[in-house]
Design a protein around this ligand. Structure first.
Ligand SMILES: Cc1cc2nc3c(=O)[nH]c(=O)nc-3n(C[C@H](O)[C@H](O)[C@H](O)COP(=O)(O)OP(=O)(O)OC[C@H]3O[C@@H](n4cnc5c(N)ncnc54)[C@H](O)[C@@H]3O)c2cc1C
Length: 575
């Protein structure tokens, strides 16, 4: 049983107390808005310049954001996953480029966090906490992106009297955030025993950085290629002191790091949508503000707010489980992938809709939504592309479907049906239909051996994310009604608004899973087999019930719009 609809513990068992977290969110907002107000951001974006002083200020005594992810024993604050998600969302709302520069130190220290010896941690993590040292995370290469196993950078042991005293690094790293400004670099390179992480200092002989890339977005972050030409590193800089652990160490942190990028998608998407909401209250067309036009709000605003809040529900679900210690050894990597996929796809769509919502103004550089749209675009690419997320999600859940002899999603559907009995207003009944349909589709794929088609497998990944998103959102809506949401969760909308959003999302998920799922199962058949197989398969899907569940959709879209505009009226600027 997955307990997908459980809201999780009332308060996270680890991390900052709620008051400290709130203070930190406010301090981050004040620091960044003072250091790079919007006009300056637009100028830096135009000039393609990383404000290194701001990044260093954030990661040092001035703001101290690096303390969040360093454990207390190494001089940090030992923030938990909920804390990290909230702070990442806040940074992304302010500027995704600067947020990426901060993230690079998070990422760069992750192999150390999971793989280093106690002495190495004592040295390198303490240095980050106390000296604000900036890191870069050097995994990607020109020919090894999604497929890191194809890496070509080598680490050749240097021996003295039969003992390994150091390594010579040779190769090239591509698209490295902070590449041109970091003080330390964690570099993935192949040793005789396999890929391994090394910590390298800036200025090492033979180690050079290319000029910054001229990017589509996040132009306030520095991204550069790295060249390693016979660079000598001491053996003590091999993370963990044992060769060949690199890919395992990278895998172990995906649940956590993908959650951070998910929070970036969420923050970027909301930054754009909040602007569109405000703009639509003052822009008069057809004799009234756009905010009063259903054809505008129900296409360009409401569905995006709903998708973003569904993604938030999933992020909080994963963060709560990580904070409860369930993520050891990468156990929540699939969940991290779903969170990233839902949030970054939603963030991109929301930012694109925000441009449309501003009409011609949105298409000009003067309006922040144009920059935000370019910035948030990166979130579906780095830390694993959306397609790699679809593959990860589909493969992981496919195994669960097979292991449970097809019960995996039937059990979740039963859990949701029970939730619906307790809370008939949170969309749980419709989410149950989505999960039941998903179970039937996976079963049809098994019987027809359809996952041999990569496209079918990837589409399943998308549908799984939708169905699980709906399940978790219904759980969050129920927790909001029960008053049991964790204290450190986001509380921007009240329980009835969250319930209405959850109902909208669940209808969409059920429609998508049943409709698209049926399409791909049938689409994989030969035309001559289609009719009979299609009839048998369709009988296993709750298509009529999914259609009936759409009743009430327009009224719910209306009530979500009301909630969004009421909140906007009371909060003239974003949090
Ligand atoms: C601005 C920026 C900052 C970055 N920062 C860092 C950093 O700090 N550190 C770091 O190590 N890396 C960083 N990256 C690299 C980033 O993680 C990679 O770009 C990303 O993982 C994709 O790899 P790739 O670019 O080689 O694309 P590819 O892997 O070549 O992918 C190209 C396309 O093919 C698809 N694809 C790939 N494999 C498959 C498959 N098996 N089946 C079907 N489709 C597939 C992908 O989804 C994508 O759409 C950064 C990239 C950018 C642009």
């Amino acid at each position: 049983m997955t307990l997908m609809t459980s809201p999780g513990p009332q308060t996270a068992s680890t991390g900052l107390d709620a008051e400290t977290l709130t203070m930190m969110l406010e301090t981050v907002r004040d620091f960044v808005t003072d250091a790079i107000p919007e006009e300056r951001q637009l100028q830096l974006d135009h000039e393609d310049e990383c404000p290194e002083d701001v990044v260093r200020g954030m990661c040092s005594d001035q703001l101290g954001i690096q303390l969040l992810f360093i454990p207390e024993e190494y001089g940090g604050m030992g923030g938990g996953s909920i804390d990290v998600y909230r702070v990442c969302e806040q940074m992304a709302r302010l500027d995704l480029g600067v947020a990426t520069s901060v993230l690079a130190t998070f990422l760069g220290s992750d192999p150390i966090f999971v793989g280093a010896t106690p002495e190495q941690k004592g040295q390198w993590l303490t240095e980050i906490a106390e000296q604000g040292v900036l890191y870069a995370y050097g995994a990607t290469e020109p020919e090894a992106g999604s497929d890191l196993g194809a890496l070509k950078t080598t680490a050749t042991p240097v021996t003295e009297d039969g003992a390994v005293t150091g390594y010579r690094l040779n190769g090239r790293k591509q698209w490295i955030s902070n590449g041109g400004i970091a003080d330390r670099y964690t570099i993935l390179a192949s040793t005789p025993a396999g890929p391994s992480w090394f910590v390298l200092a800036r200025g090492a002989e033979g180690f050079t950085q290319a000029k910054p890339e001229d990017k589509h977005g996040i132009r306030l972050s520095n991204t550069a290629a790295l060249y390693l030409d016979d660079v000598l590193v001491p053996a003590g800089n091999l993370v963990g002191g044992v060769e060949g652990q690199g890919l395992t160490q990278a895998q172990q942190v995906f649940g956590y790091t993908r959650l951070m990028v998910a929070a970036f998608g969420l923050g970027g998407g909301w930054a754009a949508l909040d602007r569109a909401i405000r703009y639509s209250t003052t822009r008069i067309q057809g004799g009234a503000p756009l905010s009063e036009k259903q054809g505008y709000t129900h296409k360009l605003i409401v569905p995006h707010a709903v998708r973003l809040e569904a993604a938030r529900a999933y992020i909080e679900y994963v963060a709560t489980r990580l904070d409860a210690g369930e993520g050891a050894g990468g156990a929540l990597n699939n969940e991290g992938a779903i969170a990233k996929y839902l949030a970054t796809e939603a963030g991109n769509l929301a930012a694109d809709a925000a441009i449309q919502a501003h009409g011609g103004y949105g298409y000009t550089r003067e309006y922040m939504v144009e920059k935000i749209k370019r910035d948030v675009r990166i979130t579906t690419i780095y830390e694993g592309t959306s397609e790699i997320m679809e593959m990860t999600i589909a493969r992981g859940r496919w195994q669960e479907h097979l292991k449970s002899a097809g019960r995996y999603y039937r059990d979740i559907a039963a859990e949701l049906t029970a939730l619906h009995a307790r809370h008939p207003d949170v969309g749980a009944g419709t989410a149950a239909l989505a999960c039941a349909a998903l179970g039937a589709i996976l079963e049809a794929c098994r019987a027809g051996r359809l996952t041999r088609h990569q496209h079918v497998l990837f589409r399943l990944g998308e549908l799984i994310a939708q169905a699980e998103g709906a399940a978790v959102f219904a759980g969050r809506a129920a927790a909001a009604l029960d008053g049991t949401l964790p204290e450190k969760a986001d509380h921007r909308y009240d329980a009835p608004a969250i319930a209405a959003m959850s109902r909208v999302f669940a209808r969409d998920a059920a429609q998508k899973v049943a409709g698209e799922g049926a399409r791909w199962v049938t689409g994989a058949l030969a035309p001559e087999d289609a009719e009979s197989a299609h009839r048998t398969f369709e009988a296993s899907l709750p298509l009529g019930a999914v259609r009936a569940a759409q009743a009430g959709l327009l009224a719910d879209l209306d009530s979500v719009a009301t909630a969004l505009y009421e909140r906007a009226a009371h909060t003239p600027t974003e949090d």
